[in-house]
Design a protein around this ligand. Structure first.
Ligand SMILES: [Zn+2]
Length: 274
Protein backbone atom coordinates (compact mmCIF):
# COMPACT_ATOMS: atom_id res chain seq x y z
CA UNK A 1 0.00 0.00 0.00
CA UNK A 2 1.17 3.52 -0.87
CA UNK A 3 0.37 6.96 0.50
CA UNK A 4 -0.08 9.89 -1.87
CA UNK A 5 1.32 12.60 0.39
CA UNK A 6 0.08 15.53 -1.70
CA UNK A 7 -2.99 15.82 -3.95
CA UNK A 8 -5.39 18.68 -4.63
CA UNK A 9 -8.58 16.61 -4.46
CA UNK A 10 -10.80 19.69 -4.24
CA UNK A 11 -10.01 20.91 -7.75
CA UNK A 12 -12.99 21.25 -10.07
CA UNK A 13 -11.28 18.96 -12.58
CA UNK A 14 -12.52 16.09 -10.36
CA UNK A 15 -16.07 17.43 -10.06
CA UNK A 16 -17.52 14.81 -12.40
CA UNK A 17 -15.70 11.69 -11.20
CA UNK A 18 -14.21 12.32 -7.74
CA UNK A 19 -15.48 9.11 -6.12
CA UNK A 20 -14.51 6.96 -9.13
CA UNK A 21 -11.07 8.63 -9.17
CA UNK A 22 -10.57 7.78 -5.48
CA UNK A 23 -11.79 4.25 -6.17
CA UNK A 24 -9.12 3.87 -8.88
CA UNK A 25 -6.50 4.98 -6.34
CA UNK A 26 -7.64 2.29 -3.90
CA UNK A 27 -7.59 -0.33 -6.67
CA UNK A 28 -4.04 0.76 -7.57
CA UNK A 29 -2.93 0.20 -3.96
CA UNK A 30 -3.14 3.71 -2.53
CA UNK A 31 -4.22 3.39 1.10
CA UNK A 32 -4.24 7.07 2.05
CA UNK A 33 -4.14 10.50 0.44
CA UNK A 34 -3.27 13.85 2.00
CA UNK A 35 -5.69 16.35 0.42
CA UNK A 36 -4.15 19.81 0.17
CA UNK A 37 -6.27 22.65 1.50
CA UNK A 38 -5.12 25.78 -0.27
CA UNK A 39 -7.92 26.10 -2.84
CA UNK A 40 -7.60 29.13 -5.09
CA UNK A 41 -7.00 31.19 -1.93
CA UNK A 42 -7.88 31.36 1.77
CA UNK A 43 -11.64 31.46 1.04
CA UNK A 44 -11.31 27.83 -0.17
CA UNK A 45 -8.92 26.56 2.52
CA UNK A 46 -11.64 24.38 4.08
CA UNK A 47 -12.42 22.43 0.91
CA UNK A 48 -9.92 19.62 1.50
CA UNK A 49 -11.43 18.95 4.93
CA UNK A 50 -14.91 18.95 3.38
CA UNK A 51 -13.75 16.25 0.96
CA UNK A 52 -12.35 14.15 3.82
CA UNK A 53 -15.67 14.38 5.60
CA UNK A 54 -17.59 13.48 2.47
CA UNK A 55 -15.62 10.36 1.52
CA UNK A 56 -14.05 8.93 4.69
CA UNK A 57 -15.90 5.86 5.90
CA UNK A 58 -17.05 4.80 2.44
CA UNK A 59 -15.86 1.31 1.45
CA UNK A 60 -12.98 0.68 -0.98
CA UNK A 61 -11.61 4.22 -0.96
CA UNK A 62 -8.30 5.48 0.48
CA UNK A 63 -8.28 7.07 3.96
CA UNK A 64 -8.23 10.83 3.38
CA UNK A 65 -6.47 13.43 5.49
CA UNK A 66 -6.45 17.19 4.92
CA UNK A 67 -4.12 20.13 5.21
CA UNK A 68 -4.84 23.85 5.31
CA UNK A 69 -2.60 26.72 4.35
CA UNK A 70 -2.08 29.85 2.30
CA UNK A 71 -0.02 29.25 -0.86
CA UNK A 72 2.94 31.63 -1.36
CA UNK A 73 1.23 33.65 -4.10
CA UNK A 74 -1.97 33.94 -2.05
CA UNK A 75 -0.18 35.53 0.93
CA UNK A 76 -1.44 38.93 -0.30
CA UNK A 77 -4.76 37.65 1.14
CA UNK A 78 -3.24 36.46 4.44
CA UNK A 79 -5.14 38.95 6.60
CA UNK A 80 -6.25 38.40 10.19
CA UNK A 81 -9.49 36.72 9.10
CA UNK A 82 -7.67 34.27 6.81
CA UNK A 83 -5.16 33.46 9.53
CA UNK A 84 -7.94 32.92 12.08
CA UNK A 85 -9.58 30.53 9.63
CA UNK A 86 -6.29 28.67 9.24
CA UNK A 87 -5.92 28.42 13.01
CA UNK A 88 -9.38 26.97 13.46
CA UNK A 89 -8.93 24.46 10.60
CA UNK A 90 -5.63 23.27 12.11
CA UNK A 91 -7.56 22.48 15.27
CA UNK A 92 -9.57 19.80 13.40
CA UNK A 93 -8.27 16.24 13.97
CA UNK A 94 -8.30 15.36 10.26
CA UNK A 95 -6.32 18.49 9.32
CA UNK A 96 -2.94 16.99 10.06
CA UNK A 97 -0.64 19.52 8.35
CA UNK A 98 -0.23 23.19 7.53
CA UNK A 99 0.46 23.69 3.85
CA UNK A 100 1.40 24.02 1.24
CA UNK A 101 3.24 27.12 2.41
CA UNK A 102 6.67 28.52 1.63
CA UNK A 103 8.34 30.68 -1.00
CA UNK A 104 7.92 30.79 -4.77
CA UNK A 105 10.21 33.15 -6.62
CA UNK A 106 9.77 31.33 -9.93
CA UNK A 107 6.33 32.61 -10.87
CA UNK A 108 5.27 36.26 -10.90
CA UNK A 109 2.97 36.96 -7.99
CA UNK A 110 3.13 38.11 -4.42
CA UNK A 111 6.23 40.21 -3.63
CA UNK A 112 8.96 38.22 -1.88
CA UNK A 113 8.70 40.16 1.39
CA UNK A 114 4.91 39.58 1.47
CA UNK A 115 5.50 35.85 0.90
CA UNK A 116 8.07 35.70 3.72
CA UNK A 117 5.81 37.57 6.15
CA UNK A 118 2.80 35.36 5.31
CA UNK A 119 4.98 32.26 5.63
CA UNK A 120 6.28 33.27 9.07
CA UNK A 121 2.78 34.06 10.38
CA UNK A 122 1.61 30.63 9.27
CA UNK A 123 4.61 28.97 10.94
CA UNK A 124 3.58 30.59 14.22
CA UNK A 125 0.04 29.21 13.88
CA UNK A 126 1.25 25.74 12.86
CA UNK A 127 3.67 25.66 15.79
CA UNK A 128 0.95 26.62 18.28
CA UNK A 129 -1.27 23.88 16.82
CA UNK A 130 1.65 21.41 16.71
CA UNK A 131 1.10 20.65 13.05
CA UNK A 132 3.94 19.66 10.68
CA UNK A 133 4.29 21.88 7.61
CA UNK A 134 4.20 21.15 3.89
CA UNK A 135 6.75 23.28 2.08
CA UNK A 136 6.50 24.60 -1.46
CA UNK A 137 9.81 26.12 -2.55
CA UNK A 138 10.85 27.22 -6.02
CA UNK A 139 13.66 29.58 -6.90
CA UNK A 140 14.16 31.94 -9.83
CA UNK A 141 15.15 29.63 -12.69
CA UNK A 142 18.38 27.82 -11.70
CA UNK A 143 18.93 30.02 -8.63
CA UNK A 144 18.69 28.75 -5.05
CA UNK A 145 17.43 32.21 -3.92
CA UNK A 146 14.10 30.96 -2.56
CA UNK A 147 15.76 27.95 -0.89
CA UNK A 148 18.35 30.17 0.79
CA UNK A 149 15.61 32.42 2.17
CA UNK A 150 13.52 29.40 3.14
CA UNK A 151 16.27 27.81 5.23
CA UNK A 152 16.99 31.15 6.93
CA UNK A 153 13.35 31.32 8.03
CA UNK A 154 13.12 27.65 9.02
CA UNK A 155 16.33 27.77 11.07
CA UNK A 156 15.06 30.83 12.97
CA UNK A 157 11.36 30.11 13.24
CA UNK A 158 10.88 26.35 12.98
CA UNK A 159 13.83 24.30 14.20
CA UNK A 160 13.21 25.32 17.80
CA UNK A 161 9.64 23.99 17.69
CA UNK A 162 10.88 20.41 17.42
CA UNK A 163 8.22 19.90 14.75
CA UNK A 164 8.88 18.47 11.34
CA UNK A 165 7.60 18.81 7.81
CA UNK A 166 7.68 17.71 4.20
CA UNK A 167 9.55 19.23 1.27
CA UNK A 168 6.72 18.78 -1.21
CA UNK A 169 7.46 18.08 -4.89
CA UNK A 170 11.14 18.32 -4.14
CA UNK A 171 13.10 20.00 -6.93
CA UNK A 172 16.26 21.14 -5.20
CA UNK A 173 19.78 19.79 -5.37
CA UNK A 174 21.75 17.68 -2.90
CA UNK A 175 22.58 20.67 -0.67
CA UNK A 176 18.87 21.48 -0.24
CA UNK A 177 18.05 17.81 0.39
CA UNK A 178 20.81 17.52 2.98
CA UNK A 179 19.65 20.67 4.80
CA UNK A 180 16.07 19.35 4.76
CA UNK A 181 17.12 16.10 6.43
CA UNK A 182 19.15 18.10 8.93
CA UNK A 183 15.92 19.89 9.91
CA UNK A 184 14.20 16.50 10.31
CA UNK A 185 12.07 16.94 7.19
CA UNK A 186 10.95 14.26 4.76
CA UNK A 187 11.62 14.74 1.04
CA UNK A 188 8.62 14.02 -1.17
CA UNK A 189 8.97 13.15 -4.86
CA UNK A 190 6.26 13.81 -7.44
CA UNK A 191 5.71 12.67 -11.03
CA UNK A 192 8.47 14.93 -12.32
CA UNK A 193 10.93 12.34 -10.91
CA UNK A 194 9.88 10.13 -13.83
CA UNK A 195 10.57 12.70 -16.58
CA UNK A 196 13.51 11.93 -18.91
CA UNK A 197 15.24 15.25 -18.18
CA UNK A 198 15.04 14.72 -14.40
CA UNK A 199 18.35 12.83 -14.12
CA UNK A 200 19.82 15.41 -11.66
CA UNK A 201 16.78 14.93 -9.41
CA UNK A 202 17.13 11.13 -9.59
CA UNK A 203 20.78 11.53 -8.58
CA UNK A 204 19.61 13.33 -5.43
CA UNK A 205 17.00 10.62 -4.73
CA UNK A 206 19.62 7.91 -5.13
CA UNK A 207 21.60 9.33 -2.20
CA UNK A 208 18.70 9.68 0.23
CA UNK A 209 18.02 7.11 2.96
CA UNK A 210 14.76 5.15 2.69
CA UNK A 211 13.51 6.56 5.98
CA UNK A 212 13.56 10.12 4.60
CA UNK A 213 11.42 9.87 1.46
CA UNK A 214 7.77 10.08 0.44
CA UNK A 215 5.90 9.92 -2.84
CA UNK A 216 3.10 12.16 -4.03
CA UNK A 217 1.21 13.11 -7.16
CA UNK A 218 0.55 16.86 -6.72
CA UNK A 219 -2.55 15.93 -8.72
CA UNK A 220 -4.16 17.24 -10.85
CA UNK A 221 -0.78 18.59 -11.97
CA UNK A 222 2.51 16.85 -12.87
CA UNK A 223 1.15 13.63 -14.38
CA UNK A 224 3.79 11.02 -15.19
CA UNK A 225 2.36 11.25 -18.73
CA UNK A 226 2.76 14.94 -19.32
CA UNK A 227 -0.29 16.90 -20.34
CA UNK A 228 -2.81 14.46 -18.86
CA UNK A 229 -4.83 15.11 -15.72
CA UNK A 230 -3.02 13.52 -12.81
CA UNK A 231 -4.74 11.53 -10.04
CA UNK A 232 -3.62 9.65 -6.90
CA UNK A 233 -3.62 6.23 -8.63
CA UNK A 234 -0.62 7.39 -10.66
CA UNK A 235 1.58 7.71 -7.54
CA UNK A 236 2.47 4.05 -8.19
CA UNK A 237 4.51 5.13 -11.24
CA UNK A 238 6.56 7.59 -9.17
CA UNK A 239 7.11 4.94 -6.50
CA UNK A 240 8.34 2.51 -9.17
CA UNK A 241 10.84 5.03 -10.52
CA UNK A 242 11.96 5.93 -6.99
CA UNK A 243 12.47 2.23 -6.23
CA UNK A 244 14.53 1.71 -9.42
CA UNK A 245 16.54 4.85 -8.64
CA UNK A 246 17.29 3.73 -5.09
CA UNK A 247 17.98 0.14 -6.13
CA UNK A 248 15.11 -1.21 -4.02
CA UNK A 249 12.02 -3.30 -4.62
CA UNK A 250 8.74 -1.42 -5.07
CA UNK A 251 7.38 -3.22 -2.01
CA UNK A 252 10.24 -1.90 0.15
CA UNK A 253 9.62 1.66 -1.02
CA UNK A 254 5.88 1.27 -0.42
CA UNK A 255 6.38 0.05 3.15
CA UNK A 256 9.05 2.67 3.92
CA UNK A 257 7.15 5.66 2.52
CA UNK A 258 3.94 4.61 4.27
CA UNK A 259 5.75 4.19 7.57
CA UNK A 260 7.55 7.53 7.09
CA UNK A 261 4.20 9.24 6.58
CA UNK A 262 2.70 7.59 9.66
CA UNK A 263 5.73 8.44 11.79
CA UNK A 264 5.76 12.11 10.75
CA UNK A 265 2.09 12.60 11.59
CA UNK A 266 2.03 10.24 14.61
CA UNK A 267 -0.72 8.19 12.97
CA UNK A 268 -1.55 5.00 14.80
CA UNK A 269 -4.46 3.80 12.68
CA UNK A 270 -3.95 1.40 9.79
CA UNK A 271 -3.21 3.04 6.48
CA UNK A 272 -3.92 0.40 3.90
CA UNK A 273 -2.04 -2.71 4.97
CA UNK A 274 0.62 -1.04 7.10
ZN1 LIG B 1 0.50 21.27 -4.45
Amino acid sequence: MLVDSHAHLDRSRYADDREAMLGRAWQAGVGAVLAIGIGEGPAEMHQALDICREYNGRPSLPRLYASAGIYPHNTTEADDAALAKLDSLLGEPDVIACGEIGLDYYHEGAPHDVQRKGFIRQLEIAAARKRPILIHCRGTNESTDAWDDLFLVLEEQWRGTGLSGIMHCFGGGWEQARRSLDLGFLVSFAGNLTYPKAQPLREVAERLPLDSVLVETDAPWLAPDRGKRNEPAFVVRTAQVLAETMGKELEEVAVATTNNFKRLFHLTEDVGNC
